[in-house]
Ligand binder design. Structure first.
Ligand code: F0G
Length: 354
């Protein structure tokens, strides 16, 4: 039968109201792509797979959690949703609210949201509110607001979010035909790493991957063991200094015998360009933190992944953040509109003999 979204496929294995009518945009079922060139780039002899979560309806993994959270909220009578967001949660909440015919308000840190995410939230008709403050401050505010006003909170502190997001672990096992040895992903508010671990634990008592979480160096509270008051990174999706699921992420890493580490913005951006140029897979900068973390862990000897299956989760689509592709202006070579100039440019710029 045709694919009809996560709740239709996995709803019975999700701790959500079983009689609720799914609010869905047919999220999930995203590609798991083998990646030989980026495997070689990372080094260490592992076999890498890319879980392309940017292929979800609003361009990020958030849709998995949002179908569950919005289904649950509407089932319990909600007529409005709220979230704090570095961008992707906002776009996703806005889309699912539109799908359900209810109101959505999003609270964002002003000036720190990639344009494609803001465009999504605006297009789906959300009320966008901005503060001069961090994601952490915004999350604190929406938590308080949801206690006072009749509005459902859909950040990953909402347990239904993890119920939806854990399905990605099951998809990986189905697509690979086995449990991978290592799963690498970026860590911001730490909901996703917690959800994957939940999914793998529910999948099997015995076979589970190690979890590798990567934080940006300027926003690495879990790695440093302390709240970061003013988190800073160009990977704005994970610019978070006090993750709501901090303890759960630490449990996932410890129980899986995995690790959490920090990577510099430079390392994140190297991985971001490499995966696009070597594999044709365009993710947003934050999404590449998992690959950058893996590469670092391999070269430090923190993981030995030779001949192992490693999945890197690419959490959001590159088109979310077009500005990050260019360091300044795009490299465009202007030519006259005639065949001679085109052939000459092909030879000089692309090495294609005339
Ligand atoms: N990757 C992307 C593209 C994200 O947007 C986020 C989080 C993460 C990774 C980290 O996931 O928070 O579960 O550890 N974005 C949130 C947002 C904070 O508001 O869109 P996490």
């Amino acid at each position: 039968m045709a694919y009809r979204g996560l709740i239709h496929k996995y709803g019975r294995r999700m701790a959500i109201s079983q009689s609720a009518t799914p609010i869905t945009l047919f999220e999930g079922d995203t590609p798991l792509i083998d990646a030989p060139r980026i495997s070689a780039w990372v080094g260490g002899g592992a076999k890498l797979w890319l879980k392309c979560e940017g292929m979800n309806p609003t361009g990020s993994f958030k849709d998995r959690g949002m179908t569950a959270a919005v289904t649950e909220a509407v089932h319990h009578g909600a007529s409005a949703l709220i979230c704090a967001s570095t961008g992707n949660t906002a776009a996703s909440a806005a889309a699912y609210a539109a799908r359900a015919g209810i109101t959505c308000c999003v609270l964002i840190p002003e000036g720190k949201i990639a344009m494609g995410k803001l465009a999504g939230a605006a297009a789906y008709g959300a009320q966008i509110l901005a503060i001069d403050g961090s994601f952490d401050a915004a999350l604190e505010l929406v938590r308080l607001a949801a206690e006072r006003a009749p509005i459902a909170l859909v950040n990953s502190v909402n347990p239904a979010r993890l119920q939806g997001q854990k399905t990605a672990a099951w998809e990986i096992v189905e697509q690979l035909g086995r449990v991978p040895d290592l799963v690498c992903l970026p860590v911001g508010n730490a909901g996703n790493i917690s959800a994957y671990w939940l999914g793998f634990c529910e999948n099997s008592d015995r076979e589970r991957p190690k979890m590798l979480g990567a934080q940006a160096e300027g926003a690495a509270p879990i790695v440093r063991g302390e709240i970061v008051r003013e988190p800073e990174t160009r990977a704005t999706a994970i610019r978070i200094g006090n993750p709501a699921r901090w303890l759960q992420a630490e449990d996932a890493v410890r129980e899986s015998a995995g690790l959490i580490l920090s990577v510099t913005d430079e390392e994140i951006f190297e991985a971001y360009h490499a995966v696009a140029e070597l594999e044709g897979v365009f993710c947003e900068p934050s999404s590449a933190a998992g690959i950058a973390g893996l590469r670092k862990a391999m070269s430090n000897g923190d993981v030995d992944a030779r001949e192992r299956d490693v999945v890197c989760v690419l959490t959001g689509h590159g088109l979310k953040d077009p500005d990050s592709v260019f360091d300044g202006t795009p490299k465009v070579v202007r030519i006259g509109a005639n065949l001679d100039e085109l052939l000459r440019a092909l030879a000089s710029e692309a090495g294609v003999p005339a």
